[in-house]
Structures are given as structure tokens and as C-alpha cells.
Design a protein around this ligand. Structure first.
Ligand SMILES: [Zn+2]
Length: 361
């Protein structure tokens, strides 16, 4: 009875059965037009495995309507238990389809749903670390089973819909809804996939990568906070960080675009979703703030940007190495802040804050 737990040993056993190096792909269709409680989630997963072996896939859902493995129907009543779906009799190449109703959350885990008290608008965003993408789709929820993720999202047509890949033009259905069909991501871990959807305000810019490629930039916040957001400054710091990291890491930015989204009721400072970074709204300054807070926001912007290389492009095998992922991002962002921005005393702040914190621990 594992409940919602997944141990490192179980992940290692599953990694011995499922082979991501042969190419693994998710197609995930989400229907956000089913009211305030649930959304539709249909996953089609293609993966290689050891023939004859058994394993399981992770999913936290209210109801599972359909499970089909290699054309064979599996009864959810027997196969779906303890936030897992049992998969038996695997073949060398497999196709799994899981159709479910998943629950919105209000805890900042999975797909968070927020209703703005100012204007009644609905805002959604995902938060999947650690490990909550299984609250949105059926997934081998461990960082060393990387795959491509292709999202198709149906939502109110006036919404903005943002994921890891650039937002495509929506297909309107004529009934107030529309469908956004995203390009597949590069091969990444499930915990850095993302979906942000709602009537967000946005502004756009771009920069030229060291590779010569033009990288579209976006900054988003909910409508009722938009007047307070200094998006031009966020773009300026992002540009400084791109130039600095591309030179120091000697590796061009690895994703198609870079959106930064300030989202409501966010539990942490920010999250490094590939190409779709989410930030706490406390970084949207509604009144005068101290220089310490302004500097901290720049360090956070550059921390998440550093993760695009260290964490997203190169990823720890298991969560016990998050310490290195986070320490490296904090080191890289503090150095970038001191050397590439106007906050040249960033190491002094680091000494007063993080280093003293570490000594206390
Ligand atoms: Zn981090």
C-alpha cells in the first residue's frame, strides 16, 4: 500500500524495465472546459520495455475511464489503485492510453486553480516538483525517465495558454472554446513540463541567442496586477543573464522560447519549467520595496535561467541530488548577478543570507 509514495528503489526497478534511450513520447490532451472541479486528461504514451516484464505508471485522478495497453483494454477497477496503474505483459514497443478525470488543486501542487477576488477571473498554473505531474496526466514520474511531451489543450477561447513549447495559434470551435496544439518538447523530465492558462495579460520581446537563433520572450501576470509589473526591467535582466550564461556555459540556450509568468498563490519563489518559468506574485511590487528585495528578485530571475542548462538540460537521476541542482543554480545566479547586472555586491548579500543560513543548518 504505497499510497502516494514512490521510493528510489521502485524508481530504479522501473528504470531497469522501461528504456527511455529508445525514444519515449507522451501525447497529452487536456480539456479545461469541464467546470471548476475536474479537467479531462487523456495520455497516449509510447515507450520501449523489457518484453514480458511488469511495471506501473503514476496517476492521481478522481476517475479513470479507460486504460488501453497495446490495444488490450484493462479494467480500471482492478488496475488503478494507490495512485498507480499496474501494467503487465509489456512488449518491446508499447502504446498506453489512459483517459481520466483529474482534480484541480488549491495547494499549489499539480494544476492549481485560482479565482481572482478582484474580478472573478479564473487562473490556472501547474507546479510539478516533487512529483506532481501525475496529478495532471499518467506518467512515469521520475526524473531519469526523460521523454518528449506534446500537449493539446482545450480551453475558453479568450484565454492565454502557455506551455514549454511556443504557444500556437488556437483552433476556434465557434462555441467559445478553442484548442491549442503544441509542438512536442525536447527530451526532458516530467517535473519541468508546464501548463499556465487563463486570461493573463502578457507582453513580448525577443533576443538573439549565441547560436544566432531568435528567442521569443514573454512576461505574464493576471490582469488585476498587471499595472504593477515592470516587465521591461524583467526583460533587461533576462537579456543580461542570457548573454552571461551562454558565454560561461559555452552552450546556446537549449529551448525554443523563454516565458516568465507571475502566478497567484505560489508556494515557492519560482520554478524552472523548461521555457515557461513561474514566479511568486510577491515579485510584482505593489508598493515601494527595499533594495534587498529588488536584488533578491534579480537573483531569482537568474537562478531560474541558470536551471535551463543545469537542471533542465542536464538533470539529476533522482531527488536526492536536488541539493546539487539547487546549489549550482544559486551559485551561478549569484555570480551572474554580481558580474552581469547593477547588483555588484551580490556576494555580500549571499554571505549575509544563504551562507549564514547554511552555517545555522
Ligand atoms: Zn532552483
Amino acid at each position: 500500500m504505497p499510497g502516494e509514495n514512490l521510493t528510489r528503489i521502485e524508481a530504479q526497478e522501473r528504470r531497469a524495465v522501461v528504456d527511455p534511450t529508445a525514444g519515449m513520447s507522451y501525447e497529452i490532451a487536456l480539456d479545461l472546459n469541464r467546470g471548476a472541479e475536474v479537467f479531462g486528461s487523456r495520455t497516449t504514451l509510447r515507450f520501449a520495455a523489457t518484453p514480458g516484464a511488469d511495471t506501473f505508471i503514476d496517476l492521481i485522478a478522481r476517475d479513470v475511464r479507460e486504460i488501453t495497453l497495446n490495444g488490450r483494454s484493462i479494467d480500471p477497477a482492478t488496475a488503478f489503485a494507490d495512485s498507480r496503474i499496474a501494467l503487465s505483459g509489456l512488449e518491446a514497443q508499447n502504446e498506453l492510453i489512459v483517459d481520466a478525470d483529474c482534480l484541480y488543486t488549491n495547494t499549489g501542487e499539480g494544476l492549481h486553480r485560482f479565482v481572482d477576488p478582484v474580478d472573478g477571473e479564473v487562473y490556472l498554473y501547474s507546479q510539478f516538483e516533487v512529483p506532481d505531474s501525475r496529478r495532471v496526466f499518467a506518467v512515469f514520474e521520475q526524473p531519469d525517465l526523460k521523454a518528449t511531451f506534446q500537449f493539446t489543450v482545450t480551453a475558453p477561447e479568450q484565454w492565454k495558454v502557455v506551455s514549454n513549447s511556443p504557444t500556437p495559434a488556437p483552433q476556434r470551435h465557434g462555441d467559445g472554446t478553442a484548442t491549442w496544439t503544441f509542438e512536442p518538447t525536447p527530451t526532458i523530465s516530467s517535473y519541468i513540463t508546464a501548463l499556465v492558462a487563463g486570461p493573463y495579460e502578457a507582453t513580448f520581446s525577443e533576443l538573439t541567442s549565441a547560436s544566432g537563433r531568435v528567442i521569443p520572450l514573454g512576461v505574464y501576470a493576471r490582469k488585476s496586477l498587471w499595472q504593477h509589473l515592470d516587465a521591461d526591467y524583467v526583460f533587461d535582466k533576462t537579456r543580461e543573464g542570457f548573454a552571461y550564461f551562454e558565454e560561461k556555459f559555452d552552450y546556446p540556450y537549449p529551448f525554443a522560447k523563454y516565458d516568465q509568468l507571475f502566478v497567484p498563490e505560489f508556494n515557492a519563489g519560482a520554478m524552472e519549467n523548461a521555457g515557461a518559468v513561474t514566479f511568486t506574485e510577491t515579485y510584482v511590487f505593489r508598493s515601494k520595496v527595499t533594495d534587498a528585495v529588488k536584488e533578491r528578485r534579480v537573483v531569482t530571475i537568474l537562478h531560474e535561467l541558470a536551471h535551463m542548462w543545469f537542471g533542465d538540460l542536464v538533470t539529476m537521476r533522482w531527488w536526492n541530488d536536488l541539493w546539487l541542482n539547487e546549489s549550482f543554480a544559486e551559485w551561478a545566479s549569484t555570480m551572474a548577478t554580481a558580474e552581469a547586472t547593477e547588483w555588484t555586491e551580490a556576494w555580500t548579500t549571499f554571505n549575509a543570507m544563504e551562507k549564514t543560513w547554511a552555517y545555522r543548518q
